[in-house]
Design a protein around this ligand. Structure first.
Ligand code: GDP
Ligand code: MG
Length: 425
């Protein structure tokens, strides 16, 4: 069976933890989009890890970890991350990389930085890992596919062509001093060949065979629905689609094969980067939630940046669940809210004097004001509880309140950062 674990919000919903938990039953875990720009935090018997590029099955014996062609593969990052695991006693995982995946080049990272600097206060809040320039080049058809790394002639010709235009842009637009050298870039790439080669495969055939053999396959999304390039808060989106449906493209999984979509929805809101964030809170109120949030505070797993904070947003989360094709909601980080007497929840948007529960386009979103309702808090620590009936009445009420507004069933509740901090409902 093919299942997906994806984000219903702006990312950082705790997908890594849920994936790690569900990885116990999986044969194959697949990344199908994004790059090393976001991070999953996973805590298990080996310690605490931040994964950026590696699928979350790398800690499980017998699991095959697939990096699909929809992923932006930064080879330096990939091997750094892998070495980081091996150094800490994790056995060598089984990793496959699509021969059609494209590689993030040093100039993608450079251009991401140069452009964000050029934009100054109007910047996107990019993590500067080269993701937007990478995907732009892919669609400009000047990217480098993994298979091409093993063909000297194609590779050097591509790099020469790329350097011509990039060097011109560096000079004229950014007034930069750097000159990209095709041969140097070639040598950098070729240095990874030996380690990469045994991982490279045709993912379409691998996954179609695995589906025929009825293997358990888990699709692992990065970021969340509201960051989808087409359906999200454009232009403050990511440059690939974090929707479960995109696995048909990013990992060649047939659409009808995806039977279960677990959308992770966070019990409050957090976001990184710029853009409208209707239920956002500020100052002391935000600081308190940020410090209590996540596992030791809401700070980026990749960048260490303080995340923007807000109350739970029913409008955005419902839309996110809808886009994902949700069959199950995993409601995460509920334990964080134990300090509040009353928990504010955004149940609607007021736009030009009208209240709506429809998540609008960005132009209207910029004018939206949150309509808040207040739910009683439970004022105690929920960690350690394993049964739904054992949750305080107020916490059950919060879950049911949110479920009613979402219109999708909450079947899992995550009440702590560890693998077994979970309530199956
Ligand atoms: P992801 O990108 O969706 O995988 O989420 P992140 O790992 O970036 O952020 C989630 C943070 O919350 C991490 O620090 C997790 O260890 C932590 N976490 C996950 N689930 C829970 C939970 O139920 N309760 C608490 N307190 N922390 C959690
Ligand atoms: Mg994250």
């Amino acid at each position: 069976m093919v299942s997906a674990i994806v984000g219903g919000n702006w990312g950082d919903e705790g997908k890594g933890k849920i994936t790690d938990l569900m990885a116990g039953d999986a044969d194959i875990i697949v990344r199908f989009q994004g790059g090393a720009n976001a991070g999953h935090t996973i805590i298990n018997e080996y310690g605490k890890f931040a994964l950026h590029l590696l699928p979350s099955g790398v800690f499980r014996k017998g699991v095959t970890n697939v990096i699909g062609q929809g992923v932006a593969v930064n080879l330096e990052q990939l091997f750094k991350e892998l070495d980081g695991l091996l150094d800490r006693g994790v056995p060598m995982p089984n990793i496959l990389v699509s021969d059609r995946a494209q590689v993030v080049m040093p100039y993608h990272v450079l251009f991401d930085k140069l452009e964000e600097e050029r934009l100054g206060k109007d910047s996107f809040g990019s993590t500067k890992s080269g993701i937007a320039p990478f995907y732009s080049d892919k669609y400009l058809k000047i990217g480098v596919q993994v298979s091409e790394m093993f063909d000297d002639e194609t590779l050097i010709a591509r790099l020469k062509r790329v350097c011509e235009t990039k060097n011109e842009t560096i000079k004229s637009l950014y007034g930069g001093q750097v000159t990209l050298e095709p041969n140097q870039l070639f040598n950098e790439l070729v240095a990874y060949r030996e380690r990469l080669k045994p991982m490279v495969t045709n993912i379409a055939y691998f996954l179609h065979d695995a589906i025929k053999e009825d293997k358990n396959i888990l699709l692992e999304g990065q970021l969340g629905a509201l960051k989808d390039t087409d359906n999200g808060i454009y232009p403050f989106v990511t440059s690939s689609s974090p929707l479960a449906g995109f696995a048909t493209v990013g990992a060649s999984v047939p659409p009808h094969a995806i039977k279960k979509v677990v959308t992770v929805v966070k019990a409050y809101s957090s976001a990184v980067g710029a853009g409208a964030f209707v239920s956002e809170i500020f100052d002391d109120e935000a600081h308190e939630l940020r410090m209590r949030g996540g596992d030791g505070g809401e700070f980026g797993a990749t960048t260490g940046r303080a995340r923007r904070m807000g109350w739970f947003d029913c409008v955005a989360s419902k839309y996110g669940c809808m886009l994902q094709g949700t069959t199950d909601v995993a409601f995460s980080l509920i334990d964080v809210l134990g300090y509040l007497d009353k928990i504010p929840v955004c149940v609607g948007y007021e736009i030009d004097g009208e209240v709506t529960t429809v998540f609008p386009n960005t132009i209207e979103l910029n004018r939206a004001k949150p309509v808040l309702e207040y739910v009683d808090g439970w004022k105690c620590d929920l960690q350690g509880i394993r049964k739904y009936e054992d949750l305080p009445k107020e916490a059950q009420n919060y879950v049911e309140f949110v479920e009613k507004h979402l219109g999708f069933p909450i079947t899992m509740i995550s009440n702590g950062p560890k693998r077994d901090d979970i309530i199956i409902r």
